[in-house]
Design a protein around this ligand. Structure first.
Ligand code: 13P
Length: 341
C-alpha cells in the first residue's frame, strides 16, 4: 500500500483539524519543564507527551497529525505501547522533525542557517519505517534592521536547504512541512514583518520550483504577519489577517493544499483569534490551520506541573485549546467560546 503525498497533505489540513507540534528538542523541552518545576528526564518527557496523545477527544476531533522529536518517535508508553501507535489509533498522522537546528551563518553575524541535510536520505527511510508520513524543517529568519539582518544570503541559503529537504522527503514518501519562520521577537513594525515574509516566501517557492518539489504534496508552515514583540505595538486580528493574507496571495501558489501556522510566542488566545480572523475573511484558495507548539501546550503544561493527579486537568486544558483552534480553522471561533471552558 502506498499512500499518495497529495492525500497525506490533504489529511493534514482536514476541516477543523490542525497539527500538534510536540517536537521540542531536548534543550527546548527542558526550558518548558523548568518553567513548571519539572525535571526533564526520558520518563517525564514520555509521561507528558503520552498524556496529550491519550487525550482522545482532542486527538480524534481536532488533531490531524503530531510532529515528534527523534526520541519520541522511538518511545513506548508506560504500558509498552509505542507512542506512534497511540497517535495512529486516534486517527492522527505521526510526523518527525528532521532538521538539526539553526547555527550561525559564517560571515553573516546575526543570521543563521539550519543544518541537517547530511545523511538525511537514510534518516528519512528510517523514520518512514517508524511510521512517519510527514516531516518538518524549520528555517529561522531573524529581523534586526540596525544590523542588516536578515541578509539576502541567509534567506537564499535557508530556502535552498528547505527545497533540498523537501525533495528528499518526497522521494521517501513523506510530506514535507516547509517552515521559513520569520521571528516575531524583534523591535520591527508589522510592515517590516510583511516585507521580510514576502521576500522569504518568494525565494522559498522559487527554490521549491527549481528543486522540482510537488507543491500538492507540500504543507507550508509560516509565521503570521505581526509587529515584533519589542515594538511596543499590537495589531488587531483583522489587521494581522489582512496583511498575512495579502502576503500569501502574492507569493503562495494555489497548488499548495494547506498552510499550517506556527504560534511563535503569541498568547494562546491571540494565536486562535488571528487564525480565526483569516478564515472568517475567506473563501481562500488554501486551507489555513494551526501547527502550534506553545499555543497548544502552554495551558496543559501549567495544569500538569509534573503530577499524576493533574493528568485529567492537563488533558482537558489541551482539549480546550485544540477545540478552540479547530473552530478558528473554520472561522467559527469567538471570544465567548473561551469562557465556556
Ligand atoms: P510554536 O507554535 O511554539 O512557535 O512552535 C511551532 C513549531 O513547530 C516551531 O518550529
Amino acid at each position: 500500500m502506498t499512500e499518495r503525498l497529495e492525500d497525506i497533505a490533504l489529511a493534514m489540513v482536514a476541516d477543523g483539524k490542525g497539527i500538534l507540534a510536540a517536537d521540542e528538542s531536548s534543550g527546548t523541552i527542558k526550558k518548558r519543564f523548568d518553567a513548571i518545576g519539572v525535571e526533564s528526564t526520558e520518563d517525564s518527557r514520555r509521561d507528558y507527551r503520552e498524556l496529550m496523545f491519550r487525550a482522545d477527544d482532542a486527538m480524534k476531533n481536532h488533531i490531524s497529525g503530531v510532529i515528534l522529536y527523534d526520541e519520541t518517535i522511538r518511545q513506548k508508553a508506560a504500558d509498552g505501547t509505542p507512542l506512534v501507535d497511540i497517535i495512529k489509533a486516534a486517527g492522527a498522522i505521526p510526523g518527525i522533525k528532521v532538521d538539526a537546528g539553526a547555527k550561525p551563518l559564517a560571515g553573516f553575524p546575526g543570521d543563521t542557517i539550519t543544518e541537517g541535510l547530511d545523511g538525511l536520505r537514510e534518516r528519512l527511510a528510517d523514520y518512514y519505517k517508524l511510521g512517519a508520513r510527514f516531516a518538518k524543517w524549520r528555517a529561522v529568519i531573524d529581523i534586526d534592521e540596525n544590523e542588516n539582518v536578515p541578509s539576502a544570503t541567509a534567506i537564499d541559503a535557508n530556502c535552498h536547504a528547505l527545497a533540498r529537504y523537501a525533495a528528499l522527503c518526497q522521494e521517501a514518501g513523506i510530506v514535507p512541512i516547509v517552515e521559513p519562520e520569520v521571528l516575531m521577537d524583534g523591535t520591527h513594525d508589522i510592515d517590516t514583518c510583511y516585507e521580510v515574509t514576502k521576500v522569504t516566501l518568494l525565494q522559498l517557492f522559487s527554490e521549491l520550483y527549481a528543486a522540482d518539489v510537488n507543491l500538492a504534496g507540500t504543507i507550508l508552515k509560516p509565521n503570521m504577519v505581526i509587529p515584533g514583540k519589542k515594538s511596543g505595538t499590537k495589531a488587531s486580528p483583522e489587521e494581522v489577517a489582512e496583511k498575512t493574507l495579502k502576503v500569501f496571495r502574492e507569493t503562495v501558489p494555489v497548488a499548495v493544499p494547506g498552510i499550517a501556522f506556527l504560534s511563535g510566542g503569541q498568547s494562546d488566545e491571540e494565536a486562535t483569534a488571528n487564525l480565526n480572523a483569516m478564515n472568517a475573511a475567506g473563501p481562500l484558495p488554501w486551507k489555513l490551520t494551526f501547527s502550534y507548539g506553545r499555543a497548544l501546550q502552554a495551558a496543559p503544561q501549567k495544569a500538569w506541573a509534573g503530577k499524576k493527579d493533574n493528568v485529567t486537568a492537563a488533558q482537558n486544558a489541551f482539549a480546550h485549546r485544540a477545540r478552540m483552534n479547530g473552530l478558528a480553522a473554520q472561522g467559527k471561533w469567538s471570544p465567548d467560546l473561551e469562557k465556556q471552558g
